[in-house]
Write a protein that binds this ligand. Structure first.
Ligand code: URP
Ligand code: ZN
Ligand code: ZN
Ligand code: ZN
Length: 525
């Protein structure tokens, strides 16, 4: 209710300065080298108003309004904000909850240049999908400081699940479903159930995702290793070797082809699994099979499981595991470069030391997951662009645009274009930063990239037109919800077609950033 409802007022606060900072919603980025996935525009000006990009062009061609805050981007790349299509914030994993919640997780995302995340709703076996959806919205809505969407996991199969999937697609804007081929007894589906869920997803015009590992083989190997007395974190890798991932990847691609359901394989961690995707794309089509790899797989490797420090090794436990095979990091980057894989996620799923200690006597009880949402962009730049394997346009594709297309957020997200959300990163490719748990913005106590020096620093991050990171300093962001379920963007996005598909599917954006209220320590008139 507003007690002044309907009253028209003369007098508009056009610019507000709080402790020396301009807090209006008009920004002009000048001298910009604007990089999209398909173009680079030098010396451009971007005008931002009310959270969206109003115009782009040369200074002389544009009508620049008064009272704009001017941001000089000379010598910098100006990129679409990153999209991390794979996070698990505040997720219960077999009885213990990830420490990065939607506040710390999205704040860390923004600090690293990611302005949209897509998290996973994971209903328990037997639980209603709609109830789980409500639970995740309750967790995310009051806390997220960047825009977010959801995928939904299918952890059991019944006629009611099938019905609720349609409601999630048609009424809630969910366009992708993840099935687990591992975590036997917890989340895993068998092939018969996978086949039926894929058929359902195809009929809904949505996208199937799989966690590809053979859960039965893992259960057997785990039993054997523990019986032999091998209880340490290295047992995690030994129980789920590359071939265990590759077999499931192959099986998922076969089911996708049999059902003609488009498939996105999440967290491809090994050369063998990526080779399966490459083969399936050639055989079944590039519009049917897609793959994602992780910052973790590009930035670190399976030798960490043999560290003499138990906590160090356990901190690297995620599934599928990091691989000891030489050349894995480099090959996965080359697979991104050659479009065998299309996107990069973080799978951010963080647990602290005491939580990892649940597996002190049994590696299979170590909660699975690592950090990555903050460092993904820097790691991909370092291992990709700085290493000379991809160019900045490809960087934009694999960190932002391709995810926007696959999850139907494009061109609202994933592009610097007129009408797109003003989610923008000013990237200083010449600056370096050294990653450390001492300085990261996560709630967790460990960083798997500790000590890694990356070229490429998100010097300024603009979320929905608001400057949220300025000169590497993350402003305090409020947690006031402004989610608007009536938003015209929920449901249909103009031009929002999944890449390569003729199906128009639902947009999956779920919530909008809690616009930052900036509390400033310094700044005098
Ligand atoms: O180890 C991982 N990946 N934890 C998160 C759950 C999943 O499988 O994505
Ligand atoms: Zn997974
Ligand atoms: Zn250590
Ligand atoms: Zn995951």
């Amino acid at each position: 209710f507003n007690i002044f409802e309907g009253m028209t007022c003369h007098g508009v606060p056009e610019m507000v300065i709080v402790n020396g900072k301009i807090c209006v919603d008009k920004n002009k980025v000048e001298n910009a080298r604007v990089v999209n996935y398909d173009s680079t525009l030098d010396n451009a000006v971007i005008l931002i108003e009310n959270g969206t990009i109003k115009s782009i062009g040369k200074e002389s061609e544009l009508e620049v309004p008064q009272n704009v805050q001017v941001i000089d981007a000379a010598g910098r790349y100006v990129l679409p904000g990153g999209i991390d299509p794979h996070t698990h914030f505040e997720m219960d994993f077999d009885g213990t909850v990830t420490v990065d919640d939607f506040y710390h997780g999205t704040r860390a995302a923004v600090a690293g240049g990611t302005t949209t995340i897509i998290d996973f709703i994971i209903p328990k076996k037997g639980e209603s999908l709609l109830k789980a959806y409500d639970d995740w919205r309750r967790k995310a809505d009051p806390k997220a400081v960047c825009d977010f969407g959801f995928h939904c996991a299918i952890t059991w199969w019944s006629p009611s699940v099938s019905e609720e999937m349609a409601i999630l697609c048609k009424e809630k804007g969910i366009s992708s479903f993840k099935m687990f081929m591992a975590y036997k007894g917890l989340f895993m589906l068998n092939d018969f159930e996978l086949f039926e869920t894929f058929e359902r997803i195809r009929d809904l015009g949505a996208l199937a995702q799989v966690h590809a590992e053979n859960g039965d083989i893992i259960a057997k190997n785990t039993e054997k290793l523990l019986k032999m007395g091998l209880t340490g974190p290295e047992g995690h890798q030994l129980s789920r070797t590359e071939d265990v991932e590759a077999e499931a990847t192959n099986r998922a691609c076969t089911i996708a082809n049999q059902t003609k359901c488009p498939l996105y394989v999440v967290h491809v961690m090994s050369i063998s699994a990526a080779e399966e995707i490459s083969r399936a794309r050639k055989q079944f089509g590039e519009n049917l099979i897609y793959g994602e790899t992780l910052a973790a797989a590009l930035g670190t490797d399976g030798n960490e499981y043999h560290d003499k420090c138990w906590h160090h090794a356990a901190a690297h436990v995620l599934s599928p595991p990091l691989r000891p095979r030489q050349g894995t990091k480099e090959t996965l980057m080359e697979m991104l470069a050659s479009n065998v894989l299309q996107s990069t996620g973080s799978d951010n799923c963080t647990f602290n030391k005491e939580q990892k200690e649940l597996g002190l006597k049994d590696f299979s009880k170590i909660p699975n997951g690592v950090n990555g949402v903050e460092d993904r962009m820097s790691v991909v730049w370092e291992k990709g662009v700085h290493a000379g394997k991809i160019d900045p346009q490809k960087f934009v594709a694999v960190t932002s645009t391709n995810a926007a297309k696959l999850f139907n957020l494009y061109p609202r997200k994933g592009a610097i274009a007129v009408g797109s959300d003003a989610d923008i990163v000013i990237w200083n490719h010449e600056a370096t930063r050294t990653i450390s748990a001492k300085t990261h913005h996560h709630a967790c106590d460990f960083n798997i990239f500790e000590g890694m020096t990356c070229h490429g620093v998100p010097e300024m991050v603009i979320v929905n037109g608001k400057i949220c990171v300025d000169k590497n300093k993350v402003e305090k962001m409020s947690t006031i919800p402004i989610f608007n379920p009536q938003s015209p963007y929920l449901g249909l996005i103009p031009g929002g077609l999944r890449v390569g598909s003729t199906l128009r599917i639902q947009a999956s954006i779920q919530g909008f950033a809690n616009r930052c209220q900036i509390y400033l320590q310094s700044g005098a008139a």
